[in-house]
Ligand binder design. Structure first.
Ligand code: 5RP
Length: 232
């Protein structure tokens, strides 16, 4: 008796590769593309290398992505030297049914928000585990100026959240911008735009990891059945 072959299941890494490759269809030949940060974006950068001669270059959202782009022979431009980008491709830690996201798991949220704001279209690439009904399960990253950390932590406590400074090798992680990150748990973000607007004006907050004003226009979601395209 032969045992039926189980359906092939894709690993999370393979799902990331799938969506990274699928994102190539949104890259406009002859233009400059906005590039995010993270393990999913790394798959996109690897795929982008196959069409590097068809684009003018990339605007990058982190030192890590810049290094990867350059190592693959893709020109990286400063965002100040570029007017508008037609498309920005980046991952997310969570994305809801309206395209609102939590980002910053890789500590690159500030530059990610800047490049997203410069871009006409945000294409989010994510595996299916990132799709949520409401934001807030993933610890919310907030980039802060170090002297404001204690006060910002107290402000999140007043909202019912618990904030902790992100550490690396036992010390506060230092972002590409020379600042620190606090990660906040215990929040239910039912009004992403209102939340982003409020926290963004707290003294010392550089960037809050809720992307509601710079939300995704499209999400390429890696599922066991293949890539699902969600439009918002
Ligand atoms: C980095 C980010 C990333 O896009 C986010 O953390 C998702 O990363 P990954 O693709 O590795 O799951 O916001 O700051």
């Amino acid at each position: 008796m032969t045992t039926p072959t189980p359906p092939a299941t894709l690993t999370q890494d393979e799902l990331k590769t799938l969506v990274g490759q699928a994102a190539l269809q949104y890259v406009v030949p002859g233009e400059i593309v906005g590039v995010g940060t993270g393990s999913t974006v790394n798959k996109f950068i690897d795929a982008l290398a196959t069409m590097k001669d068809q684009i003018k270059g990339a605007v990058s959202s982190s030192v890590a992505s810049t290094e990867r782009l350059k190592a693959l022979g893709i020109r990286v431009l400063d965002s100040n030297d570029v007017d508008a980008l037609s498309v920005y491709i980046d991952g997310a830690d969570e994305i809801d049914g309206q395209g609102n996201m939590i980002k910053g798991g890789g500590a690159a949220l500030t530059r990610e928000k800047i490049v997203a704001a410069q871009s006409a279209k945000f294409v989010c690439i994510a595996d299916a585990s990132k799709l949520v009904t409401a934001l807030g399960k993933f610890p919310l990253p907030v980039e802060v100026i170090p002297m404001s950390t204690r006060r910002v932590i107290a402000q999140f406590a007043a909202l019912g959240g618990t904030a902790q400074v992100r550490l690396k090798d036992g010390q506060p992680l230092v972002t590409d911008n020379g600042q620190h990150i606090v990660d906040v748990t215990g929040l239910q973000i039912t009004d992403p735009r209102g939340f982003e607007a409020e926290v963004s004006q707290w003294p010392g907050v550089v960037t809050v990891g809720v992307f509601a004003f710079q939300k995704a226009d499209i999400c390429l979601l890696g599922t066991p059945e293949g890539v699902r395209t969600l439009s918002y």
